[in-house]
Design a protein around this ligand. Structure first.
Ligand code: MN
Length: 405
């Protein structure tokens, strides 16, 4: 199976080398795994003499994909997302661009021969165990050119930050990347009581990798609309600097200020109450933070006395009509993030009330919205701006139907 994966990567690399196009467009996720993936691909393609245009996305939104695939004759690469939507990408591409998908989430096969879905999930590996997005990109990079072995520490950082361990240890491809980085003298593994601790060795001392991962997550998430992902990639390739430290400190201040102001608003009548759901809309007040932060904010308040512990918790944030560096995109969409109190968590786990993984996607579908990551205790979808209240009402109908029936 793995031989098939390396064969598929070699095929794609051959096609890239045969293409007259000498620039690549890299679209990567904005979390630590995605940022390390973007850094690895940038360095690897620049070494091959390509001009790299790099864009960080919070998600591969359909509106963004549509604009990307208005192009023709390009080399387009997706990293740390898009494995599952290879069929949709194939439909949009129609053979017009050489497209590579270097994701590690659960994947579906491509239906366009010009779309190479190199997600190792299709070749027998598990993205939540064996291999991160960064390690996927790293193995692609060394397949393209063994000179890229020096990128192993960046791959290992992404793997640790993505947080998939078996009994506290990195395993399989992720572990191999970490061991390689250790051999290069740039990484250290220390045994602890329930697993291992990973350290990045830098000229300025050793940094715990989990801490470094948080640093990248902060740049990518809190600093999303303020060039944070660019700084994250720079830090991966060149190391932390006083400039990046300053940016991270400023972003922490920004986040605290925005969160504190929102909490004050909630305390002075900012809530809207439905029978089973308490909700609020932050409009554009979270800018320049990315839309991941509405979920982070719900997490921050779900165990406080700001909320009614017996109701579901929902927050809305308008998705800005812009992808940094890529340009204007008319989304006209609002993101909803849902969380629950510890009390409701017990009710859901006990099967006494409906999980968010059923409630939110069902209501979102009824309004023609887009469901993505929905789990029983955390969920997020998007709907058109203006449908916020309708979405809450749909969920109430679903909940009342359940209690009546
Ligand atoms: Mn990942």
């Amino acid at each position: 199976m793995l031989k098939n994966w390396f064969d598929a990567m070699e095929n794609a690399i051959r096609e890239i080398k045969q293409s007259p196009e000498k620039s690549v467009q890299v679209f990567h996720h904005n979390d630590a795994d995605g940022i390390t993936s973007g850094a690895i691909l940038t360095r690897a393609f620049e070494r091959q003499g390509y001009k790299v245009q790099r864009f960080s996305l919070e998600k591969p939104y359909p509106a963004v994909l549509k604009k990307i695939f208005e192009q023709e004759g390009r080399i387009i690469i997706f990293a740390d997302f898009a494995g599952r939507i290879a069929p949709m990408i194939s439909d949009l591409n129609k053979g017009r661009n050489l497209t590579l998908i270097l994701d590690h989430h659960v994947a579906a096969a491509s239906t366009d021969p010009k779309v190479h879905n190199l997600d190792p999930d299709l070749f027998g590996l598990k993205g939540d165990r064996d291999i991160s997005g960064s390690t996927t990109c790293y193995l692609f990079a060394v397949t393209m050119n063994p000179i890229n072995h020096d990128l192993a520490p960046i791959a290992a950082v992404g793997a640790v930050a993505d947080g998939f361990f078996v009994d506290g240890l990195l395993v399989n491809q992720n572990r191999d990347a970490a061991l390689e980085a250790v051999q290069q003298g740039k990484f250290a593994i220390k045994e602890i009581a329930n697993g291992e601790q990973y350290w990045l060795k830098t000229p300025n001392g050793d940094i715990p990798v989990l801490e470094f991962g948080d640093y990248l997550d902060l740049l990518g998430g809190v600093g999303y609309y303020h060039n944070g992902p660019d700084m994250g990639v720079k830090v991966c390739l060149e190391g932390v600097s006083p400039e990046s430290d300053k940016m991270v400190e400023e972003l922490k201040v920004t986040r605290k200020k925005i969160f504190d102001e929102e909490i004050a608003r909630l305390q002075s009548g900012g809530w809207k109450q439905a029978p089973h759901i308490q909700w609020f809309q932050v409009e554009n007040r979270f800018f320049p933070m990315g839309v991941k932060m509405i979920g982070a904010f719900c997490d921050a308040i779900r165990e406080t006395n700001l909320i009614d512990p017996k109701k579901y918790l929902a927050g809305f944030q308008i998705i800005p009509d812009e992808i940094p560096g890529f340009g204007a995109i008319k989304f006209n969409e609002v993101k909803i993030s849902m969380r629950v109190s510890p009390f409701m968590e017990g009710e859901i786990r006990g099967g006494r009330v409906m999980g968010l993984n059923i409630l939110l996607p069902e209501a979102t579908n009824r309004l023609g919205g887009f469901s993505d990551a929905c789990h029983s205790l955390t969920a997020a979808t998007t709907v058109a701006i203006g449908k916020e209240e309708m979405l809450i009402e749909e969920m109430e109908k679903i909940l009342q139907g359940e209690s009546n029936g």
